[in-house]
Design a protein around this ligand. Structure first.
Ligand code: 5GP
Length: 361
Protein backbone atom coordinates (compact mmCIF):
# COMPACT_ATOMS: atom_id res chain seq x y z
CA UNK A 1 0.00 0.00 0.00
CA UNK A 2 2.84 2.35 0.88
CA UNK A 3 4.34 1.78 -2.57
CA UNK A 4 0.98 2.60 -4.20
CA UNK A 5 0.99 5.80 -2.18
CA UNK A 6 4.54 6.71 -3.20
CA UNK A 7 3.99 6.73 -6.97
CA UNK A 8 2.56 9.74 -8.80
CA UNK A 9 -1.06 9.22 -9.72
CA UNK A 10 -3.84 10.81 -11.73
CA UNK A 11 -7.43 11.07 -10.50
CA UNK A 12 -10.07 11.65 -13.15
CA UNK A 13 -13.30 10.67 -11.41
CA UNK A 14 -13.86 12.34 -8.04
CA UNK A 15 -17.00 14.22 -6.94
CA UNK A 16 -16.28 17.18 -4.67
CA UNK A 17 -19.15 16.60 -2.24
CA UNK A 18 -18.52 12.86 -2.15
CA UNK A 19 -14.94 13.49 -1.04
CA UNK A 20 -15.66 15.56 2.08
CA UNK A 21 -13.56 14.41 5.02
CA UNK A 22 -15.60 12.49 7.62
CA UNK A 23 -14.30 14.83 10.33
CA UNK A 24 -15.48 17.90 8.40
CA UNK A 25 -18.85 16.31 7.71
CA UNK A 26 -19.38 15.55 11.40
CA UNK A 27 -18.29 19.06 12.36
CA UNK A 28 -20.72 20.61 9.88
CA UNK A 29 -23.52 18.31 11.06
CA UNK A 30 -22.84 19.24 14.72
CA UNK A 31 -22.97 22.95 13.88
CA UNK A 32 -26.27 22.58 12.04
CA UNK A 33 -27.57 20.39 14.87
CA UNK A 34 -26.77 23.15 17.38
CA UNK A 35 -28.58 25.68 15.19
CA UNK A 36 -31.60 23.36 15.14
CA UNK A 37 -31.48 22.94 11.34
CA UNK A 38 -31.06 19.16 11.63
CA UNK A 39 -31.21 16.53 14.38
CA UNK A 40 -27.57 15.54 14.81
CA UNK A 41 -28.20 12.10 16.33
CA UNK A 42 -30.23 11.05 13.23
CA UNK A 43 -27.51 12.22 10.88
CA UNK A 44 -24.56 10.83 12.84
CA UNK A 45 -25.77 7.27 12.27
CA UNK A 46 -26.11 7.84 8.51
CA UNK A 47 -22.68 9.44 8.21
CA UNK A 48 -20.93 6.68 10.13
CA UNK A 49 -22.65 3.79 8.35
CA UNK A 50 -20.32 1.49 6.43
CA UNK A 51 -21.58 -0.12 3.20
CA UNK A 52 -24.55 1.69 1.69
CA UNK A 53 -26.92 0.75 -1.10
CA UNK A 54 -27.08 3.01 -4.14
CA UNK A 55 -30.34 4.50 -2.84
CA UNK A 56 -28.80 5.20 0.58
CA UNK A 57 -25.85 6.91 -1.12
CA UNK A 58 -28.17 9.31 -2.88
CA UNK A 59 -30.02 9.95 0.41
CA UNK A 60 -26.66 10.82 1.88
CA UNK A 61 -25.91 13.21 -1.01
CA UNK A 62 -29.13 15.04 -0.16
CA UNK A 63 -27.79 15.39 3.37
CA UNK A 64 -24.43 16.62 2.03
CA UNK A 65 -26.30 19.27 0.10
CA UNK A 66 -27.93 20.51 3.31
CA UNK A 67 -24.59 20.50 5.13
CA UNK A 68 -22.53 22.12 2.43
CA UNK A 69 -24.66 24.84 0.94
CA UNK A 70 -22.95 28.08 1.88
CA UNK A 71 -20.09 29.54 -0.12
CA UNK A 72 -17.62 29.41 2.74
CA UNK A 73 -18.18 25.70 3.30
CA UNK A 74 -17.82 24.95 -0.42
CA UNK A 75 -14.47 26.78 -0.43
CA UNK A 76 -13.34 24.94 2.69
CA UNK A 77 -14.16 21.47 1.39
CA UNK A 78 -12.55 22.21 -1.98
CA UNK A 79 -9.32 23.20 -0.25
CA UNK A 80 -9.37 20.12 1.99
CA UNK A 81 -10.21 17.70 -0.81
CA UNK A 82 -7.33 18.94 -2.98
CA UNK A 83 -4.94 18.76 -0.02
CA UNK A 84 -6.06 15.17 0.67
CA UNK A 85 -5.47 14.10 -2.93
CA UNK A 86 -2.05 15.80 -2.95
CA UNK A 87 -1.14 13.90 0.22
CA UNK A 88 -1.74 10.68 -1.76
CA UNK A 89 0.74 11.88 -4.41
CA UNK A 90 -1.97 12.67 -6.90
CA UNK A 91 -0.20 15.00 -9.34
CA UNK A 92 -3.20 15.76 -11.52
CA UNK A 93 -6.78 15.91 -10.25
CA UNK A 94 -9.89 16.44 -12.33
CA UNK A 95 -12.38 17.35 -9.66
CA UNK A 96 -16.02 17.30 -10.67
CA UNK A 97 -18.87 19.13 -9.01
CA UNK A 98 -22.47 20.15 -9.70
CA UNK A 99 -22.92 23.94 -9.68
CA UNK A 100 -26.04 24.62 -7.62
CA UNK A 101 -28.61 27.38 -7.51
CA UNK A 102 -29.82 27.99 -3.97
CA UNK A 103 -31.85 31.17 -3.70
CA UNK A 104 -32.20 30.95 0.11
CA UNK A 105 -28.42 31.07 0.47
CA UNK A 106 -27.95 33.68 -2.26
CA UNK A 107 -26.19 31.09 -4.36
CA UNK A 108 -26.17 30.88 -8.13
CA UNK A 109 -24.34 28.31 -10.24
CA UNK A 110 -21.75 30.98 -10.95
CA UNK A 111 -21.25 31.96 -7.31
CA UNK A 112 -21.01 28.25 -6.38
CA UNK A 113 -18.21 27.83 -8.91
CA UNK A 114 -16.53 30.99 -7.64
CA UNK A 115 -16.59 29.48 -4.13
CA UNK A 116 -14.87 26.35 -5.52
CA UNK A 117 -12.22 28.51 -7.21
CA UNK A 118 -11.80 30.50 -3.97
CA UNK A 119 -11.10 27.18 -2.24
CA UNK A 120 -8.39 26.43 -4.80
CA UNK A 121 -6.92 29.89 -4.31
CA UNK A 122 -6.79 29.39 -0.55
CA UNK A 123 -4.57 26.30 -0.72
CA UNK A 124 -1.22 26.97 0.89
CA UNK A 125 0.09 23.62 2.11
CA UNK A 126 0.74 22.32 -1.42
CA UNK A 127 1.37 24.00 -4.77
CA UNK A 128 -1.95 23.82 -6.56
CA UNK A 129 -1.88 24.87 -10.18
CA UNK A 130 -5.38 25.30 -11.49
CA UNK A 131 -5.43 27.94 -14.21
CA UNK A 132 -5.41 26.95 -17.87
CA UNK A 133 -2.17 27.90 -19.57
CA UNK A 134 -3.56 30.61 -21.86
CA UNK A 135 -2.70 33.26 -19.25
CA UNK A 136 -5.75 35.44 -19.87
CA UNK A 137 -7.39 34.45 -16.61
CA UNK A 138 -10.05 36.70 -15.15
CA UNK A 139 -9.01 38.46 -12.00
CA UNK A 140 -11.20 36.24 -9.86
CA UNK A 141 -9.24 33.11 -10.66
CA UNK A 142 -5.77 34.55 -10.10
CA UNK A 143 -3.96 32.51 -7.42
CA UNK A 144 -3.26 34.21 -4.11
CA UNK A 145 -0.05 32.28 -3.56
CA UNK A 146 2.83 31.98 -5.95
CA UNK A 147 4.07 28.48 -6.77
CA UNK A 148 7.14 27.75 -4.67
CA UNK A 149 9.03 26.19 -7.57
CA UNK A 150 12.31 26.17 -5.65
CA UNK A 151 10.93 24.23 -2.74
CA UNK A 152 11.33 20.60 -3.77
CA UNK A 153 9.71 19.29 -0.58
CA UNK A 154 6.36 20.86 -1.37
CA UNK A 155 3.94 18.65 -3.24
CA UNK A 156 2.64 19.97 -6.54
CA UNK A 157 -0.79 19.16 -7.88
CA UNK A 158 -2.47 20.24 -11.09
CA UNK A 159 -6.19 20.69 -10.54
CA UNK A 160 -8.78 21.00 -13.27
CA UNK A 161 -12.56 21.14 -12.89
CA UNK A 162 -15.40 19.28 -14.56
CA UNK A 163 -18.88 20.73 -14.14
CA UNK A 164 -21.50 18.07 -13.50
CA UNK A 165 -25.03 18.07 -14.80
CA UNK A 166 -27.30 16.39 -12.24
CA UNK A 167 -29.80 13.97 -13.75
CA UNK A 168 -32.59 15.76 -11.84
CA UNK A 169 -31.96 18.93 -13.83
CA UNK A 170 -33.96 20.38 -16.72
CA UNK A 171 -32.53 21.01 -20.19
CA UNK A 172 -32.31 24.73 -19.36
CA UNK A 173 -30.37 24.09 -16.14
CA UNK A 174 -28.02 21.72 -17.97
CA UNK A 175 -27.47 24.36 -20.66
CA UNK A 176 -26.68 26.90 -17.94
CA UNK A 177 -23.96 24.58 -16.59
CA UNK A 178 -22.38 24.12 -20.03
CA UNK A 179 -22.45 27.89 -20.68
CA UNK A 180 -20.80 28.46 -17.30
CA UNK A 181 -18.13 25.88 -18.12
CA UNK A 182 -17.38 27.65 -21.40
CA UNK A 183 -17.17 31.02 -19.64
CA UNK A 184 -14.90 29.61 -16.94
CA UNK A 185 -12.46 27.67 -19.10
CA UNK A 186 -9.67 29.97 -18.04
CA UNK A 187 -10.23 29.15 -14.39
CA UNK A 188 -9.42 25.54 -15.14
CA UNK A 189 -12.79 24.14 -16.21
CA UNK A 190 -11.95 21.48 -18.78
CA UNK A 191 -15.12 19.49 -19.32
CA UNK A 192 -18.63 18.35 -18.48
CA UNK A 193 -19.86 15.32 -16.55
CA UNK A 194 -23.32 13.79 -16.41
CA UNK A 195 -24.04 12.25 -13.01
CA UNK A 196 -26.70 11.95 -10.33
CA UNK A 197 -29.15 9.20 -9.53
CA UNK A 198 -29.17 6.86 -12.57
CA UNK A 199 -32.84 5.95 -12.12
CA UNK A 200 -33.83 9.61 -12.49
CA UNK A 201 -34.11 11.62 -15.72
CA UNK A 202 -34.10 10.96 -19.44
CA UNK A 203 -31.15 11.06 -21.83
CA UNK A 204 -33.14 13.31 -24.21
CA UNK A 205 -33.29 16.00 -21.48
CA UNK A 206 -29.48 16.29 -21.26
CA UNK A 207 -28.60 15.70 -24.90
CA UNK A 208 -29.06 19.32 -26.12
CA UNK A 209 -26.67 20.61 -23.45
CA UNK A 210 -24.15 17.82 -24.08
CA UNK A 211 -24.31 18.52 -27.83
CA UNK A 212 -23.73 22.20 -27.08
CA UNK A 213 -20.59 21.25 -25.12
CA UNK A 214 -19.42 19.02 -27.96
CA UNK A 215 -20.00 21.73 -30.59
CA UNK A 216 -17.83 24.08 -28.52
CA UNK A 217 -15.02 21.57 -28.11
CA UNK A 218 -15.67 20.92 -24.43
CA UNK A 219 -14.93 17.26 -23.59
CA UNK A 220 -17.68 15.20 -21.95
CA UNK A 221 -17.59 12.22 -19.59
CA UNK A 222 -20.77 10.31 -18.81
CA UNK A 223 -21.81 8.09 -15.91
CA UNK A 224 -22.76 5.22 -18.16
CA UNK A 225 -24.34 1.86 -17.39
CA UNK A 226 -24.59 2.17 -13.62
CA UNK A 227 -27.87 0.34 -13.98
CA UNK A 228 -29.02 -2.02 -16.73
CA UNK A 229 -30.60 0.59 -19.00
CA UNK A 230 -29.72 -0.84 -22.40
CA UNK A 231 -31.39 1.91 -24.44
CA UNK A 232 -29.61 4.69 -22.60
CA UNK A 233 -26.24 2.91 -22.73
CA UNK A 234 -26.59 2.72 -26.52
CA UNK A 235 -27.64 6.36 -26.79
CA UNK A 236 -24.63 7.33 -24.70
CA UNK A 237 -22.29 5.36 -26.94
CA UNK A 238 -23.92 7.00 -30.00
CA UNK A 239 -22.96 10.35 -28.50
CA UNK A 240 -19.25 9.34 -28.47
CA UNK A 241 -18.20 10.88 -25.15
CA UNK A 242 -14.50 11.43 -24.48
CA UNK A 243 -14.67 9.09 -21.46
CA UNK A 244 -17.24 7.01 -19.58
CA UNK A 245 -17.45 6.26 -15.86
CA UNK A 246 -18.41 2.97 -14.15
CA UNK A 247 -19.74 1.04 -17.19
CA UNK A 248 -20.98 -1.82 -14.96
CA UNK A 249 -23.92 -2.97 -17.07
CA UNK A 250 -22.63 -2.90 -20.63
CA UNK A 251 -23.47 -6.01 -22.63
CA UNK A 252 -21.10 -7.73 -25.04
CA UNK A 253 -22.34 -5.71 -28.08
CA UNK A 254 -21.89 -2.46 -26.15
CA UNK A 255 -18.36 -3.47 -25.15
CA UNK A 256 -17.61 -4.27 -28.77
CA UNK A 257 -18.54 -0.68 -29.68
CA UNK A 258 -16.65 0.78 -26.72
CA UNK A 259 -13.60 -1.28 -27.68
CA UNK A 260 -13.72 -0.19 -31.31
CA UNK A 261 -13.97 3.47 -30.37
CA UNK A 262 -11.39 2.99 -27.57
CA UNK A 263 -13.41 5.09 -25.08
CA UNK A 264 -11.36 5.34 -21.87
CA UNK A 265 -13.23 3.92 -18.87
CA UNK A 266 -12.99 5.46 -15.39
CA UNK A 267 -12.86 2.47 -13.04
CA UNK A 268 -14.20 2.90 -9.49
CA UNK A 269 -13.71 -0.48 -7.79
CA UNK A 270 -14.68 0.26 -4.18
CA UNK A 271 -17.61 2.40 -5.24
CA UNK A 272 -19.02 -0.34 -7.49
CA UNK A 273 -18.57 -2.93 -4.78
CA UNK A 274 -20.06 -0.85 -2.00
CA UNK A 275 -23.09 0.19 -4.03
CA UNK A 276 -23.72 -3.46 -4.78
CA UNK A 277 -23.32 -3.30 -8.56
CA UNK A 278 -21.43 -6.61 -8.43
CA UNK A 279 -21.41 -9.66 -6.22
CA UNK A 280 -17.66 -9.60 -5.56
CA UNK A 281 -14.67 -7.60 -6.67
CA UNK A 282 -13.02 -10.41 -8.63
CA UNK A 283 -15.87 -10.40 -11.19
CA UNK A 284 -15.43 -6.67 -11.85
CA UNK A 285 -15.13 -5.82 -15.57
CA UNK A 286 -11.71 -4.28 -14.85
CA UNK A 287 -10.24 -7.80 -15.25
CA UNK A 288 -11.48 -8.32 -18.82
CA UNK A 289 -10.83 -4.76 -19.90
CA UNK A 290 -7.31 -4.89 -18.55
CA UNK A 291 -6.61 -8.16 -20.37
CA UNK A 292 -7.99 -6.65 -23.59
CA UNK A 293 -5.71 -3.61 -23.08
CA UNK A 294 -8.69 -1.27 -23.15
CA UNK A 295 -7.88 2.34 -22.05
CA UNK A 296 -8.54 2.47 -18.31
CA UNK A 297 -7.99 4.81 -15.43
CA UNK A 298 -8.33 3.81 -11.77
CA UNK A 299 -10.35 6.36 -9.78
CA UNK A 300 -12.00 6.78 -6.39
CA UNK A 301 -15.44 8.31 -7.18
CA UNK A 302 -16.19 9.51 -3.62
CA UNK A 303 -13.32 9.14 -1.15
CA UNK A 304 -15.42 10.31 1.81
CA UNK A 305 -18.54 8.36 1.05
CA UNK A 306 -16.65 5.11 0.42
CA UNK A 307 -13.80 5.65 2.91
CA UNK A 308 -11.14 5.11 0.28
CA UNK A 309 -8.28 6.91 -1.44
CA UNK A 310 -6.49 6.48 -4.75
CA UNK A 311 -3.55 4.50 -3.33
CA UNK A 312 -6.05 2.07 -1.85
CA UNK A 313 -7.79 1.66 -5.22
CA UNK A 314 -4.45 0.89 -6.93
CA UNK A 315 -3.67 -1.63 -4.21
CA UNK A 316 -7.08 -3.23 -4.57
CA UNK A 317 -6.63 -3.59 -8.35
CA UNK A 318 -3.22 -5.17 -7.84
CA UNK A 319 -4.37 -7.55 -5.11
CA UNK A 320 -7.50 -8.65 -7.00
CA UNK A 321 -6.17 -8.95 -10.54
CA UNK A 322 -2.55 -9.92 -9.90
CA UNK A 323 -0.93 -6.70 -11.15
CA UNK A 324 2.70 -6.06 -10.24
CA UNK A 325 4.43 -2.75 -9.57
CA UNK A 326 5.37 -2.33 -13.23
CA UNK A 327 1.74 -2.83 -14.31
CA UNK A 328 0.49 -0.31 -11.74
CA UNK A 329 3.08 2.26 -12.72
CA UNK A 330 2.13 1.81 -16.37
CA UNK A 331 -1.56 2.32 -15.51
CA UNK A 332 -0.86 5.51 -13.60
CA UNK A 333 1.46 6.87 -16.32
CA UNK A 334 -0.91 6.02 -19.12
CA UNK A 335 -3.74 7.97 -17.48
CA UNK A 336 -1.99 11.15 -18.70
CA UNK A 337 -3.30 10.34 -22.18
CA UNK A 338 -6.94 10.52 -21.01
CA UNK A 339 -6.93 13.85 -19.16
CA UNK A 340 -9.02 16.74 -20.50
CA UNK A 341 -6.39 19.43 -19.88
CA UNK A 342 -4.28 20.73 -22.74
CA UNK A 343 -1.06 19.39 -24.22
CA UNK A 344 1.02 21.76 -22.08
CA UNK A 345 -0.20 20.00 -18.93
CA UNK A 346 0.22 16.57 -20.53
CA UNK A 347 3.83 17.36 -21.34
CA UNK A 348 4.59 18.41 -17.76
CA UNK A 349 2.90 15.30 -16.41
CA UNK A 350 4.83 12.98 -18.73
CA UNK A 351 8.02 14.54 -17.38
CA UNK A 352 6.86 13.98 -13.79
CA UNK A 353 6.24 10.28 -14.53
CA UNK A 354 9.55 9.87 -16.37
CA UNK A 355 11.35 11.42 -13.45
CA UNK A 356 9.55 9.14 -10.97
CA UNK A 357 10.32 6.09 -13.11
CA UNK A 358 14.02 6.84 -13.12
CA UNK A 359 13.95 7.27 -9.32
CA UNK A 360 12.09 3.99 -8.86
CA UNK A 361 14.40 2.02 -11.19
P1 5GP B 1 -21.17 17.33 -6.07
O1 5GP B 1 -21.45 17.33 -7.54
O2 5GP B 1 -22.32 17.83 -5.25
O3 5GP B 1 -19.86 18.00 -5.71
O4 5GP B 1 -20.91 15.79 -5.66
C1 5GP B 1 -21.92 14.92 -5.26
C2 5GP B 1 -22.83 14.54 -6.42
O5 5GP B 1 -22.11 13.74 -7.37
C3 5GP B 1 -24.00 13.66 -6.01
O6 5GP B 1 -25.08 14.41 -5.54
C4 5GP B 1 -24.31 12.92 -7.30
O7 5GP B 1 -25.11 13.75 -8.14
C5 5GP B 1 -22.96 12.77 -7.95
N1 5GP B 1 -22.37 11.43 -7.67
C6 5GP B 1 -21.45 11.11 -6.75
N2 5GP B 1 -21.16 9.79 -6.79
C7 5GP B 1 -21.90 9.27 -7.77
C8 5GP B 1 -22.04 7.96 -8.32
O8 5GP B 1 -21.41 6.97 -7.91
N3 5GP B 1 -22.92 7.83 -9.36
C9 5GP B 1 -23.62 8.89 -9.86
N4 5GP B 1 -24.43 8.67 -10.89
N5 5GP B 1 -23.51 10.12 -9.37
C10 5GP B 1 -22.67 10.32 -8.35
Amino acid sequence: KEWCRSIPKIELHAHLNGCIRDSTLLELAKELGQKGDIIFSDVEHVIMKYGRSLTECFQLFDLFHILATDHETISRITKEVVEDFAAENVVYLELRTTPKNNIAKGMSKQSYLKAVVDGLKAITSVDASFINFSGRAESFCKPLHKSGTNDIKRKKIYVRLLLSIDRRETTAAAMETVSLALEMKECGVVGIDLSGNPVVGEWSTFLPALMYAKEHGLPVTLHCGEIANRKEIQEMLDFSPERIGHACFLEEDDWERARLSKIPVEICLTSNLRTERLSSIDVHHFGNLYKAQHPLVICTDDTGLFSTNLSNEYYLAAATFGLDKKDLFYLSTNAVEFIFADDGVKKVLREIFQDAESRLA
